[in-house]
Design a protein around this ligand. Sequence first.
Ligand SMILES: N[C@@H](CCC(=O)N[C@@H](CS)C(=O)NCC(=O)O)C(=O)O
Length: 221
Amino acid sequence: MSDIQIYSAVVCPYAHRSRLVLQEKGIDFDLIEINLQNKPEGFIEISPYGKVPAIVHGEHRVWESAVINEYLDEVFPNPPLLPSSAIAKAQARIWIDFANTRFVPAFSTLLRSPEVAQQEAAKQELYKHLEFIEHEGLRKLSGNGPYWFGESISLVDFTFYPWFERWPALKHYRGFGIPEEFTRLRQWKKALKQRDSVLAIANSKEFYIERYARFATPVAV
Ligand SMILES: N[C@@H](CCC(=O)N[C@@H](CS)C(=O)NCC(=O)O)C(=O)O
């Protein structure tokens, strides 16, 4: 048995975040795939919110992807995935919070909402968030480097990337691709996509289109 057990679901972008961190750091782990439609008995003992991801490390349990990722970064410090200065760390946490509280909800509403009016509002919201990432994030923080904070990959990159790997589903079901004008964002996505840790656990666009059909297609009653 490995040091770390991660309870995950292949379709889950939050679990994807933590799996990317494990891959990047070369941590040995056991992957336990949870069927979220039929959770195994006792899962709640591991993950009190009943969600993935959750990890077990020896006698400890940690849940919530953003917390898991910081935990892994502290316990397995190489390579470090948070910048070292206090201000850059604060900026990283601001972007992780932005992902959780603004970007992801807009993405989910656009994908899941059966109402055209709601979809249109979510598209506008998501566009605004992409614009903010392009100008306030990548153009200000990454300099000439490929990643959020320049030359070194960080938790911020891994926090956002899973939604960008799933973007083809958004394009397929809602006709919303990543707009051409966000050139820095498109370069960032391309750089992440080529990273070994990302490639090691990547899924195809067809996979997401198929797996997200039940969220994106209204069910007839
Ligand atoms: N805030 C949590 C969100 C995790 C989450 O929503 N996971 C979903 C799958 S993507 C889940 O486990 N859902 C099962 C449920 O809510 O019953 C995190 O960042 O880890």
